[in-house]
Design a protein around this ligand. Structure first.
Ligand code: HEM
Ligand code: HEM
Length: 228
């Protein structure tokens, strides 16, 4: 019986998720405003840093955060989707097969959006790269909508609030199938790393990554002396 409350998502996975959602939303909202380009770039780097953390955590994290625990082939995805139309939809304690594909797509597209943003910013690839960056970001947005819709449908079909699970970490499952460690310290370290990055600001970055250096280079293209 799957009627116990078990801990499924460790603290770092939950923190990663909500910081990623916030950074992505922020990057999207600031994308078109020249004035906020430095904020946009910082948010984009935050997305890249968070995904890099998640890739590592997918290898060494707790049971349901590990990639092998939600590495499903196309036939599993089809079987899962078919089961949704029956009276006994498959229930997965971790990510379900359909959701897992959306998750891999979100991670890869976040990396591509960030990398193409960096390239466009450094005038690598010219207009083509700017278009590619915008296309990546828009594709990511489309998959985010599918992801949110999927989480909603899945919550309704299983009568289980998945959004709340991503906050509390608990889902229903067989007693004993949960994870044992929350890894609060690693979660705190992730928050601290993101906070330190924002407090240190753009000047903590190498020159080609630094939005302030870019801004002054565009404003004073021929200036050889600093005015301060
Ligand atoms: C308000 C908006 C959002 C909601 C309500 C939401 C909800 C959820 C839920 C419920 C899960 C767990 C799914 C499951 O139980 O299998 C999840 C996982 C995930 N979501 Fe979202 N999400 C949102 C926004 C985003 C955004 C904007 C991104 C990426 C840009 C994103 C990326 C992910 C990823 C990568 C996972 C996998 C978590 C992991 O194992 O690390 N989500 N989301
Ligand atoms: C991963 C998260 C990111 C998202 C969702 C995102 C989204 C976008 C979008 C939608 C645009 C198009 C704005 C328009 O309509 O003109 C844009 C433009 C831009 N982004 Fe990003 N971006 C991200 C990361 C980055 C990063 C990491 C950088 C730089 C290091 C960056 C630099 C730029 C620049 C320079 C432009 C203007 C390109 C042009 O002149 O057309 N972005 N971004």
């Amino acid at each position: 019986m799957e009627n116990s409350k078990v801990l499924v998502w460790d603290v770092p996975t939950r923190i990663f998720h909500w910081l990623l959602a916030l950074s992505f939303a922020g990057a999207f909202l600031t994308a078109e405003l020249e004035r906020y380009r430095d904020v946009h770039v910082m948010l984009g780097y935050t997305v890249l840093g968070l995904v890099a953390f998640r890739l590592l955590w997918g290898l060494i994290g707790t049971r349901y955060a590990r990639f092998w625990s939600f590495a499903y082939g196309p036939s599993s995805v089809l079987r899962y989707i078919k089961s949704l139309f029956t009276r006994a939809p498959q229930h997965h304690v971790g990510h379900n097969p359909a959701g897992s594909w959306a998750i891999y797509a979100l991670l890869v597209l976040s990396l591509l959006a960030g990398a193409s943003g960096y390239a466009a910013y450094n005038d690598i690839g010219g207009h083509w790269m700017e278009d590619a960056h915008e296309a990546m970001a828009n594709t990511l947005l489309a998959v985010v909508f599918v992801h949110i819709a999927g989480a909603l449908v899945s919550s309704l079909l299983h009568r289980e609030n998945l959004l709340r699970s991503m906050i509390t970490g608990y889902k229903s499952g067989k007693a004993g199938s949960g994870i044992r460690h929350r890894h609060r310290l690693i979660g705190a370290a992730l928050v601290a790393a993101v906070a330190a990055f924002w407090i240190a600001g753009p000047d903590s970055l190498p020159t080609s990554w630094n939005p302030l250096v870019h801004a002054s280079a565009t404003k004073e293209p021929s200036s050889g002396r600093s005015h301060d």
